[in-house]
Design a protein around this ligand. Structure first.
Ligand SMILES: [Zn+2]
Length: 461
């Protein structure tokens, strides 16, 4: 048989291949081998008729947290490929059991160093440890658990020295998870390569009017070819409820409490949850749900305060402008639309991205670019982010009438259709150093070269 599968009748949206309109996709061995009209059905083992649906290259979410229920939640939201921001090897160890067929890359958190600058040797060891744990690089969690500016710069430098991926939730002991932290991050990066995580979340109006903050924040990123970034389209944030010595461990959580006049203490956090402002994440029915009020307090206490939490603190103006703002040459200032979702219930890149399309704030091509094509470049995945011949058959099938993902297809296999999960396991995206981890957990690996990722290639764009 020439094809394992022909997908007929779909409206293809593929900005990279400049294909827009009705085409058939011929798939074999998990790859798209032919794009055309009226591909011969007699040559296919299977045919799907997707007339009425739009097909985009599979969504690539460049900021996620891949714990337990995340796989299911992402597959339902149309995500084919994701980058976990910080959990490292534990992400892969869960995949045989919890995975739903997605392609997953991970970073591993290093630090914090709040009162010393570690030696280069120590930092090099930590970066190497992350790579050997299967991560493609490191994540710095400044905004939650800050390091000194000097230690932060040293960590960024160490990641670059190793040619690893380096992402940063901005903020140091001198700043915070805010505009100041963002401006500082650009300075601390210097000429080093750095992924600035969820840009929108620093622009919540903590320092001045949020729109003025967005202007300053985006200007600081504009034209910086050593920086890549993403932003998400949700009002709730993601943080933690863990209390240590009477204080919320995460500085982001403390910020959220201050923003609405609560004490940044254990008591203040309890009151914020009781009042319905603090949302506690729990797993129910295989997915994360958020509970608040008396139930929220009960769950928070039952878990010894160590729960994921969200607060409705993002500013719509900031999320909107980060998603749509271009520079004079027409290039988006923030590279990608992400979600900072996964196990945090806000996997809304498709849902809210298509809302921007309906509002004509983005064209459909631009949405696909920001939700898939650019993400493929960010992860150095040459065979993803487009639907041309030779591409991996990773496809997000869009139900445009309802503004959501109808099906998620990875490597020519359905992992989700109409809310039902079919996928299992998944593929580990890792560097050569991480291949033994994939082998140890018994999942296939997709080897990538960090030097081919936008983080390092943007300077030659
Ligand atoms: Zn995050």
């Amino acid at each position: 048989m020439k094809f394992d599968l022909i997908i007929r009748g779909g409206n293809i949206i593929d900005p990279k291949s400049e294909v827009h309109g009705l085409r058939d996709l011929g798939i074999k061995g998990g790859k798209i081998v032919e794009v055309g009209t009226d591909l011969p059905g007699a040559h296919a083992r299977e045919i799907w008729d997707l007339a009425g649906y739009s097909l985009m290259p599979g969504v690539i979410d460049t900021h996620t947290h891949v714990r337990g229920p995340a796989h299911r939640m992402m597959a339902k939201a149309g995500v084919c490929t994701c980058l976990d921001m910080g959990a490292g090897r534990s992400v892969f160890e869960e995949m045989p059991e919890r995975g739903c067929g997605l392609n997953v890359a991970a970073l591993q958190t290093i630090g914090p160093f709040a009162d010393k600058t570690p030696s280069n040797g120590e930092l090099d060891g930590l970066v190497e440890g992350a790579l050997q744990a299967g991560a493609i690089g490191i994540k710095l969690v400044g905004g939650h658990r800050p390091s000194t500016p000097e230690a932060t710069a040293a960590m960024i430098e160490a990641g670059n020295r190793a040619g690893a991926y380096v992402a940063f939730h901005v903020g140091s002991t001198e700043t915070g998870s805010n505009l100041k932290g963002l401006l500082e991050a650009v300075q601390l990066a210097g000429k080093n390569h750095l992924h600035i995580a969820h840009v929108n979340s620093y622009l919540r109006g903590l320092i001045k009017d949020p729109v003025e903050e967005v202007v300053d924040g985006l200007l600081s990123l504009k034209g910086k070819k050593n920086l890549v970034s993403e932003s998400y389209l949700a009002i709730i944030n993601g943080t933690g409820g863990k209390v240590v010595d009477g204080l919320p461990q995460s500085h982001v959580t403390r910020n959220c409490l201050r923003m609405r006049g609560y004490d940044p203490t254990e008591a203040g956090l309890e009151k914020a949850i009781a009042d319905g402002y603090g949302l506690v994440q729990i797993e129910e029915g295989g997915e994360t749900v958020m509970v608040t009020g008396a139930r929220g307090v009960k769950e928070w206490k039952a878990k010894g305060s160590d729960v994921g939490m969200s607060f409705p603190v993002n500013v719509p103006e900031s999320t909107f402008l980060c998603a749509v703002k271009r520079d004079e040459s027409g290039k988006f200032i923030v590279d990608a639309i992400s979600t900072d979702g996964g196990s945090i219930p806000r996997n809304v890149a498709v849902e809210n991205g298509l809302t921007l399309v309906r509002y004509k704030a983005l064209t459909l091509d631009e949405f696909v670019y920001k939700a898939s094509t650019r993400g493929a470049q960010m992860l150095g995945l040459h065979d993803k982010g487009h639907l041309g011949a030779g591409a991996d058959a990773d496809i997000t099938v869009l139900d445009m009438a309802h503004g959501r993902a109808a099906m998620t297809v990875v490597g020519g296999k359905v992992i989700m259709a109409f809310g039902i999960i079919y996928g299992k396991g998944g593929t580990i995206i890792t560097t050569r150093k991480g291949l033994p981890v994939a082998k140890a957990v018994g999942l296939p690996a997709l080897e990538v070269n960090v030097q081919e990722m936008l983080l390092y290639t943007k300077t030659s764009e």
